[in-house]
Design a protein around this ligand. Sequence first.
Ligand code: R1P
Ligand code: URA
Length: 319
Amino acid sequence: MKDELKDANFPTTADKRVYHLGLRKGEVANRMLVVGDSGRARMLAENFDTPPFHLRSDRGFECYTGVYKGVPISVHAIGMGFSAMDFLVREARACVDGDMVVVRMGSCGSMNPDVGVGSTVTPAAACAVTSNYDYFTQDDYPGEPYLISKPVKADAELHQALFDTVRQAHEYTYESNQDSGPLCLGNTVNASADSFYSSQGRIDPSFPDTNSSLMQNIMDQVPNVTTLEMETHQLYFLAHLANKRKGITDESALQQAPASHGKIRAAAVQMVFAARASRAFISPAQVKQLQTWIGKASLDTLAGFDIPPQSTQKDGIWN
Ligand code: R1P
Ligand code: URA
């Protein structure tokens, strides 16, 4: 495989496949629904009008590209964590021209005691919570054990479209028990952590994570923070970075940025699996029901979201 690599800076194989996703141009749609779990992706792909294209890369990234209500969409299963989302956004960007519209649909923990398991949260922004490694390895290190970034925003229009669709689907699903059922919130802030354990404030006696006050610190520092998970900040951050092109100080790199690349528009919807205050965890039956209706709402949002016509793929495998 390594002998086939043409470009050490952005590795692709001889047949122009990106190295970790295993995909190439024509196999990915501009509208993408990104999940962690391969079973969730398979279930979502069952909604396509006809059997989709499917590829599982050697690294475990999966892509289903098909047509939903007449609109090309790719469903990606990426696994977990910042780096998995980093691979997805950067390598998928290399496979599509024009705008890239990305919705993440994932599970999360709730930091708000009123937001119980089965609730749905659509965050308008996300911050990152990362281990401050030097704190743990250097003697008398003066800093804090965890770094909490400022929130970065979702695409406002996509967030609103996703929240509106999810709210309608929520009202339809829980019509009979609106007062006591799960909540449906938008315009919240998510905290994306670099661990399911330490940086989400879970106490593990095997590791001195120094995280007993972390949850409170996050709530004190980040207004309206409601959920904890592990990928949304990286998605919002990369969309922000690509759209602003901020941070590119090297003029030649700026000039080389492909003219065919449009904006990256990103939003996320989260299903509350864990209520941190009560320690409740969702049941498999609830997961199945939630994923079904939120999955359709996510696909509907993507299918109904306008992309400039010149911005979509001309010759995809779905044609
Ligand atoms: C942890 O269990 C995983 O669940 C959440 C977190 O972000 C993390 O990836 O997302 P998914 O349900 O999309 O995997
Ligand atoms: N995913 C997370 O990252 N944290 C939770 O508590 C639940 C799902």
